[in-house]
Write a protein that binds this ligand. Structure first.
Ligand code: NAD
Length: 410
């Protein structure tokens, strides 16, 4: 099976070839700036000692401080974090934010840890990396398994060493300098991106049916906002199970149900079906919004949708990508499709640095502008090289990073 970093490097090589980059520059772009691996020991609530391994990979800082989420999930390892860090470099460049890329994570199952244990784990992880992150070096944010509360603990722990520093992390609670609109930003950005894409294909959000994998931050916000646009969501899955309803799922009721029950399983507003079949449901648009590597050479043939919106990071491996292209499925690539989160993180960081606040209306307006401009840039590159959207997005990003790298010199 192809690893996440092999998949990311395949896309990088393809776009670099198109740009005519030399071997030295490609090597500079591939090798990460710094890899950090730390041991995080905590006392569990039952008095036992638990040891977790935490990672932070800082991939590239030629265009600005490095930026990327912190993931708590059992699958976290150095290979995955490396791939995700590199994707962050291309993502910030695609939407033209003055950032580089990084990613971090702790290999753990957050659902098995109490709030107290999660707080202790977050604090020890922050202690171990505090000298290597900071508002002008590397700025973490939430990702799978982490949230605004995790960022509040990180900010608090970091501030013990460096003084009050809200700009060290983004995705914080509003009370601690978080931005209006950050929680919904990745889902909202996905909608803005999809609006531009669908307009090019003569259709619109509300005219299509959707299957969404994942009902966490990204999946649930995408679902809520699509529902508000009168789009029909016909299938949804999460780690507990999957439901489908060809008449459309009542998303506000599902949100309430999941709040109470902790998962989709058992929701009465649809028929249960195997979660592993979600991406292959009959619908117009498939939205992977959970794990990476879910579309592979083995299963991509089964996709029935016309569009794939990559809300998750690296959901499609290169073999699957080739099969989807062959089938004529239009894939909106992760480095653009889910860039709404890092874009509003950027707004949050600038608000923190300026000690100033924007209202939700301004945040959403600026987000829409960033997503629309990036779409235009990607389409221009696509027309120039006559390639698919993913290769165009990578080429746009790599060109921006390579130019900055050259200008900064050795
Ligand atoms: P989250 O932890 O809030 O939610 C993850 C969801 O995936 C949960 O509903 C979980 O039940 C579900 N899930 C886990 N395993 C599953 C499985 N096997 N089948 C179906 N569902 C499963 O995480 P999130 O922040 O929503 O992130 C989701 C994806 O989006 C990740 O790939 C992440 O890297 C990416 N992403 C997140 C952001 C952000 O702002 N949070 C930004 C960009 C990209």
């Amino acid at each position: 099976m192809i690893t996440p970093i092999e998949a990311t490097n395949t896309y990088l090589q393809r776009a670099s070839k198109l740009l005519g980059l030399d071997a030295i520059t490609i090597r500079q772009l591939v090798i990460p700036f710094r890899e950090i691996k730390v041991e995080c020991d905590i006392i569990r609530d039952d008095g036992s000692l638990a040891i977790y391994i935490g990672y932070r990979v800082q991939h590239d800082n030629s265009r600005g401080p490095m930026k990327g989420g912190i993931r708590y999930h059992p699958s976290v390892d150095i290979d995955e974090v490396n791939a995700l860090a590199q994707l962050m470099t291309w993502k910030t460049a695609v939407v033209n934010l003055p950032y580089g890329g990084a990613k971090g994570g702790v290999s753990c199952d957050p659902r098995e840890l109490s709030q107290g244990e999660l707080q202790r784990l977050t604090r020890i992880f922050t202690q171990k990396i505090h000298d290597l992150i900071g508002p002008s070096t590397d700025i973490p944010a939430p990702d799978m398994g982490t949230n605004a509360q995790t960022m509040a603990w990180m900010m608090d722990e970091y501030s013990k060493f460096k003084g009050y520093s809200p700009a060290v992390v983004t995705g914080k609670p509003i009370e601690l300098g978080g931005s209006e609109g950050r929680e919904a930003a990745t889902g909202r950005g996905l909608l803005y991106a999809a609006e531009s894409l669908f307009a090019d294909y003569g259709t619109k959000l509300s005219a299509l049916t959707y299957a969404i994998q994942g009902f966490g931050n990204v999946g649930s916000w995408a679902a809520r906002l699509l529902y508000a646009e009168h789009a029909k969501i016909v299938a949804i899955s999460d780690v507990t199970g999957a439901i489908r309803n060809s008449e459309g799922i009542d998303i506000p009721s599902l949100v309430e149900y999941v709040k109470q029950s902790g998962g989709i399983k058992g929701f009465a507003g649809g028929e249960a079906f195997p979660a592993e079949d979600l991406l292959f449901e009959p619908c117009d648009v498939v939205v992977p919004a959970a794990l990476g590597g879910v579309l592979t050479g083995e299963n991509a043939e089964r996709v029935q949708a016309k569009f794939v919106l990559e809300a998750a990071n690296h959901p499609t491996d290169p073999e699957a990508d080739a099969i989807l292209q062959e089938k004529g499925v239009i894939v909106l690539p992760d480095i653009y499709a889910n860039a709404g989160g890092v874009t509003v993180s950027y707004f949050e960081w600038t608000q923190n640095l300026q000690q100033f606040r924007w209202n939700a209306e301004r945040v959403n307006k600026e987000l829409r502008h960033v997503m629309q401009s990036a779409y235009k840039d990607i389409r221009e590159v696509q027309a120039r090289y006559n390639c698919d959207l993913r290769t165009a997005a990578f080429a746009l990003a790599i060109d921006r990073v390579a130019r900055a790298t050259k200008l900064r010199g050795l």
